[in-house]
Design a protein around this ligand. Structure first.
Ligand SMILES: [Zn+2]
Length: 350
């Protein structure tokens, strides 16, 4: 039944393509819940509310552009196919999202996205998180393998609203206090989600924020590119951030979160005397605003040293780095929400 409705919707949509930047087309007249389709240059949005379908389509396009600039410094090339985005929304629905795609021979295709939650959460939380997955997946497709889980989910979380990021910090404190932290040697080697998944989100986010604070988002991408070449993450960390070993990075991050987050200046490889190369580790000084996560609370990771200074901190601006950047371009942006991910065959679910 659901498949039939979808086919019908697509058939209706096909008839109106090219007429305007977007169209709202009723689909499934006989269904108990009417669904509408909105067409944008890169997306095909299905929703019960035509207004919400329009908003999701417009914001999806905006996120696609601005998130690519944020992470890559350039916009994405066109995809082979428009990405279907299914919107499921009620005022009380918990926020969640899922992005699936197929990665074959270095080419990513067949993106499919589902965003769930209240209107507000979808637009300011779920959508940017899921859109970051599509940007990173498109960029790293040529590597022929998925981005390390901690880095992928962590990076997506850094574009969330501060209120959402604070939730991860709060969870991180709990996870670490319960001995559920993941040692970096294990974290960097993880190819699949662990059974205990949420610590990966919280810790991955915190570490991403720590690294991005030092060199910015584009250097973080370079770091991933280097590491994914041959899985030599020790060299990737050393070349991009100056820490000679994963253990040194873990210790520095551990201390940073134990001290309550904030500025990373005292925790860089330069500050700790590991390197005199300031090209990467002092780049944070040029960032226009503190990157997301800097102003949030965190904790120590296994092996846990001590749990201190866990009071949530507030940003001096009330917004994260990405929000500030996005709003400079004149487009409102806010949050994101993680979704589960697993690999089934060549299809990735995020
Ligand atoms: Zn995700």
């Amino acid at each position: 039944m659901e498949a039939r409705k979808l086919v019908y919707a697509l058939a209706l949509l096909f008839g109106c393509m090219g007429q305007a930047w977007s169209q709202v087309v009723p689909a499934g007249h006989q269904a108990a819940v009417r669904r509408f389709v909105v067409e944008t240059p890169h997306f095909r949005v299905f929703a019960a509310d035509p207004g919400l379908a329009q908003e999701v389509g417009q914001m999806a396009e905006a996120y696609r552009k601005h998130l690519a600039l944020h992470w890559l410094g350039q916009e994405l090339a066109p995809w082979a196919d428009k990405v279907p985005v299914t919107v499921q929304s009620t005022p009380t629905m918990p926020a969640s999202g899922e992005t699936k795609y197929t990665l074959v021979a270095g080419v990513v295709r067949d993106f499919r996205m589902v965003v769930c939650g209240s209107r507000e959460r979808i637009l300011d939380s779920v959508l940017p998180h899921e859109m970051t997955h599509t940007v990173l997946a498109t960029h790293f497709a040529r590597a022929g393998k998925p981005i390390p889980r901690w880095a992928d989910e962590g990076a997506c979380t850094t574009v969330e609203d501060q209120s959402e990021r604070n939730k991860h910090d709060t969870m991180l404190v709990r996870f670490l206090s319960e001995g559920r932290g993941i040692p970096f040697a294990s974290l960097f080697a993880m190819r699949e989600y662990p059974r205990d998944m949420m610590p990966l989100y919280a810790q991955g986010y915190s570490l991403c924020a720590f690294l991005i604070a030092q060199g910015g988002p584009r250097q973080f991408i370079k770091f991933l590119e280097r590491g994914m070449q041959d899985e030599d993450w020790v060299t990737a960390v050393s070349e991009n951030y100056g820490y000679p070993k994963l253990g040194k990075l873990q210790t520095a991050w551990n201390q940073w979160v134990s001290d309550g987050g904030g500025s990373v200046t005292n925790y860089t490889a330069v500050a700790l005397g590991y390197t005199r190369d300031t090209s990467a580790t002092l780049a944070s000084a040029t960032l226009p605003q503190p990157p997301s996560g800097l102003q949030t609370a965190s904790s120590s990771v296994s092996p846990v040293s001590s749990m201190v200074s866990m009071e949530p901190m507030t940003s001096t601006t009330g917004k994260g780095y990405y929000q500030d950047q996005f709003q400079k371009h004149g487009t409102p942006i806010q949050v994101s929400q993680p979704g589960p991910m697993q690999t089934i065959g060549g299809t990735l679910y995020r």
